[in-house]
Design a binder for this molecule. Structure first.
Ligand code: ADP
Ligand code: AMP
Length: 214
């Protein structure tokens, strides 16, 4: 099963993608996590990506596409995968369609987690991330057991630099301009499914399972 998670930053793509990956036993591929891991490890890619990420801008397509194409060609993706944060531009979507076409495959579902802008700022300002293992929390909706400490690995959780309100506004504008057109792109491919992302995390997941099947 090959799935794309669509939605604004903070809509809950990562939260749902992790659960989908666990239930259907497929890898969760988050380009944001890949960039952050590169940043943490001080790679050239990480340094280049940081310049864009800090400003709430998209990392250029040429740095993003090859990375994803290499990842989905790995053996653990043979049974499918869930993409979270990719594609984010029409050019990325076309590159993905083409790469899969070349091996006689296609994406199965594009799930749009729909959350209005008004809810996004609240989601993002409350999000806490563990930069060590990539776990994500929310101070109200999904808090850590001990404040500021990751439940999974015990590292400190932080407000991501790009989750500060000034940058969130920029990221939302970039989303509407460059990523939202993908909704139509996948509608035309007949694989778009929309879920109401304002519901609780468990309800959203049930709605997704109803689409994907038990
Ligand atoms: P994205 O991957 O789309 O950027 P996340 O999955 O990281 O978004 O979710 C953004 C924030 O909102 C996180 O703090 C997460 O815990 C919280 N969150 C996710 N889904 C819901 C939901 N259905 N209701 C309330 N908060 C949510
Ligand atoms: P995310 O963790 O998905 O919110 O991504 C964090 C940041 O990483 C984004 O604001 C972008 O700067 C960058 N990024 C992640 N995925 C992509 C992508 N597919 N294309 C371009 N930039 C991306």
């Amino acid at each position: 099963m090959k799935i794309i998670m669509l939605g604004a930053p903070g809509a809950g793509k990562g939260t749902q993608a992790k659960q989908i990956a666990a239930k259907y036993e497929i890898p969760h591929i988050s380009t944001g996590d890949i960039f952050r891991a590169n940043l943490k490890n001080g790679t050239e890619l990480g340094k280049k990506a940081k310049v864009y990420m800090d400003q709430g801008l998209l990392v250029p397509d040429e740095l993003t596409c090859d990375l994803v194409m290499d990842r989905i060609a790995q053996e653990d993706c043979a049974r499918g995968f869930v993409l979270d944060g990719f594609p984010r531009t029409i050019l990325q979507a076309e590159a993905l369609t083409k790469a899969l076409n070349n091996i006689g495959q296609a994406m199965d579902y594009a799930i749009d987690v729909d959350v209005p802008d008004e809810n996004i700022v609240n989601r993002m300002s409350g999000r806490r991330a563990c930069l060590n293992c990539g776990s994500t929390y929310h101070i109200v909706y999904n808090p850590t057991k001990t404040e500021g400490v990751c439940d999974v690995c015990g590292s400190q959780t932080v407000l991501r630099e790009d989750d500060k309100p000034e940058t969130v506004q920029k990221r939302l504008a970039v989303y509407h301009e460059q990523t939202q057109p993908l909704i139509d792109y996948y509608k035309k491919q007949n694989i778009l499914k929309t879920v109401d992302g304002t519901k609780s995390m468990d309800e959203v997941f049930s709605d997704i399972v109803a689409i994907l099947g038990e």
